[in-house]
Design a protein around this ligand. Structure first.
Ligand code: GLY
Length: 333
């Protein structure tokens, strides 16, 4: 990958040298592995865990990437790119439903196994926001770029503008304009964000999350998906978590970070997801509208968690040679 100007940005080697000078051993995840997650217990078979049915295709791409020698972060990027490029999908990538002004705006983030994170928000006309997020992570000293700045950066890195507009999304938008009524539909309109967590053959973890966000949102609205700690969190010493659903409710609860912290305390990923969903319910109890949230997690041992607020959340798990869709358990029965 071509690095951006030395004058403006710290190069990878400078950053590494600086870290070494400062004795920042924490950049190596394995140095922080808690006794509970000791090296001997790390699962090394490879895992891809993604939100929703379409996660199966993303998992396939992730596992193929791993088999070709890719690391967890490569799996996380290549996996969700399949969904970003699927213009039939109405809530990820340029095929996504637009905001209320008719523009599709994209949010994405990625985290790798050495604690790095990259994110883009409110990005327009770029086919693979997750790749831009990875470039932010690997080629700049920053974590997040937004809007025009994110697009300018993407173009500077060789990406091109894509004017694609999904016929289905344009038609849906025209129909929506008749009443311009904002009524999110649980599990359909709002929740096809793809969040993915991955583990490679070394037992290292990474994750990604990408979305076009809420249909007919206010221009400039950003949800949980590109926010490190809300839509995604990875700590290679402990585990990784991601989610989908009404972003505002996840943002208020920092769900992904909460799950990883609960796992750090020894909680099984399933229990951690359940606790985090209860937290989402409690923190958002002032809301009158019904909403959906679905959360996923994996720990260093390769154990999985999945839980949702309401019925209807599905996820795809690739592990031990299988790649299948599962129905998630849920809180409000
Ligand atoms: N979870 C995606 C969003 O609310 O934008």
């Amino acid at each position: 990958m071509k690095n951006i100007s030395r004058r403006n940005f710290i190069t990878k080697s400078t950053a590494t040298a600086a870290a070494a000078t400062l004795g920042l051993s924490f950049i190596k995840g394995e140095n922080r592995i808690d006794a509970r997650f000791g090296k001997g217990k790390t699962f090394k078979g490879g895992i891809a865990l993604s939100t929703w049915d379409a996660g199966v295709e993303a998992n396939d791409a992730a596992m193929k990437t791993m088999k070709n020698g890719g690391k967890a972060v490569d799996m996380a990027e290549e996996g969700v790119k399949v969904i970003e490029a699927d213009f039939r999908n109405l809530s990820v990538g340029l095929g996504g439903l637009p905001d209320r002004e008719g523009n599709t705006t994209l949010d994405a983030c990625i985290m790798d196994s050495i604690g790095r994170a990259g994110s883009v928000c409110f990005l327009e006309k770029i086919k693979h926001p997750v790749t831009v997020a990875r470039m932010v992570m690997e080629r700049t000293p920053h974590v997040m770029l937004v809007g025009e700045g994110a697009q300018k950066f993407a173009l500077s890195q060789g990406m091109t503008l894509d004017e694609f507009k999904s016929e289905e999304a344009v038609k849906a938008y025209k129909e929506w304009l008749i009443k311009s009524e904002y009524k999110p539909i649980i599990n359909i309109e709002n929740h096809d964000t793809i969040g993915m967590v991955t583990m490679d053959t070394q037992g290292d973890l990474a994750g990604s999350c990408t979305t076009s966000g809420l249909a007919y949102k206010m221009r400039g609205r950003v949800g949980d998906s590109p926010i490190i700690g809300s839509g995604l969190y990875v700590d290679n010493a402990v585990g990784a978590a991601t989610g989908t659903g009404l972003g505002e409710t996840v943002l208020r609860s920092c769900s992904a970070f909460l799950i990883v912290e609960l796992m750090r305390q020894g909680m099984h990923p399933q229990k951690a997801c359940e606790e985090a969903v209860k937290r989402v319910r409690d923190i958002n109890s002032f809301m009158k509208e019904e909403f959906q949230v679905g959360l996923l997690a994996v720990n260093k041992k390769g154990e999985i968690g999945a839980y949702a607020l309401r019925e209807g959340f599905t996820y795809a798990l690739a592990k031990n040679g299988e790649n299948k869709v599962y129905k998630s358990d849920f809180l409000i029965k």
